[in-house]
Ligand binder design. Structure first.
Ligand SMILES: C[S@@+](CC[C@H](N)C(=O)[O-])C[C@H]1O[C@@H](n2cnc3c(N)ncnc32)[C@H](O)[C@@H]1O
Length: 218
């Protein structure tokens, strides 16, 4: 494709994962099966996902993040010295390897970070009840623009209830979405009894858009 150059590429059972450099603005971009996932130019909402969670928790000692992406949510968490452990669930092994190999700037060399390669549903389910201070979910473009159809359940009350069970009292769930979603808001409300919605204005390659963060406290 004109105007871009591949930095790394992998093909696995879920399809094609590509990390590429845009020639115009030099941005690093992640795509799955040709669909834009994110770039390293507009990362304010990924960081905000971390900051709203940190602001809502008194003692953010142990936090789970799904998924890794380019690492901006994890990086923002690590700036808070109260955070003792960040467990990252990432489904794409190649993305984790690229970060380990230095193909993209790493957040994995901080001793507080560990990664479990797998589906965030399994990683969350595998945690003991009441063992997490925060669960931050940014695994897809939100319930209305899925990259992986299997991720639809991540935004539904059945999985959000599993998340709530794994949170300590006072713990927080935050969910990123590229669009406003009433069903997601209703699901958080149903499970947590309330839902804070934070719109995040962003500029995507010259286009004004709004992303959203949904939050519930246990
Ligand atoms: C939008 S990116 C995350 C961006 C991240 N918040 C950041 O700051 O860079 C979504 C990530 O979730 C991963 N992913 C997608 N579905 C997943 C799942 N079911 N479980 C775990 N990771 C998943 C993708 O491979 C991708 O790395």
């Amino acid at each position: 494709m004109a105007g871009v150059s591949d930095v790394a590429r992998a093909v696995n059972g879920r399809g094609e994962l590509v990390l590429r450099r845009r020639e115009g603005d030099g941005a690093l971009e992640l795509r799955v099966n040709g669909v834009f996932v994110m770039d390293d130019r507009e990362t304010s909402s990924e960081a905000l996902l971390a900051s709203v969670a940190l602001a809502a928790v008194l003692r953010p000692e142990r936090v789970l993040v799904g998924g890794l992406g380019l690492g901006y949510t994890v990086r923002a968490l690590l700036t808070d010295q109260r955070v003792g452990e960040v467990l990252v669930a990432e489904i794409e092994p190649e993305l984790v390897q690229w970060m380990r190999d230095g193909v993209l700037p790493s957040v994995l060399d901080d001793q507080r970070v560990s990664v479990e390669v797998g589906d965030v549903r399994d990683v969350v389910a595998g945690q003991p009840a009441g063992s997490l201070d925060g669960i931050l979910l940014d695994v897809d473009n939100g319930p209305d623009f899925l990259v992986y159809n299997e991720n639809a359940v991540i935004y539904e009350s059945s999985f959000l209830a599993v998340c709530k069970d794994r949170l300590r009292p006072g713990g927080v769930l935050t969910v990123w979405s590229s669009s406003s979603s009433e069903p997601l808001q209703a699901a958080v409300q149903q499970v947590f009894g309330h839902c804070e919605v934070q719109p995040v204005p962003v500029n995507l390659q010259g286009r004004d858009e709004t992303y959203y963060v949904y939050q519930g406290n246990s």
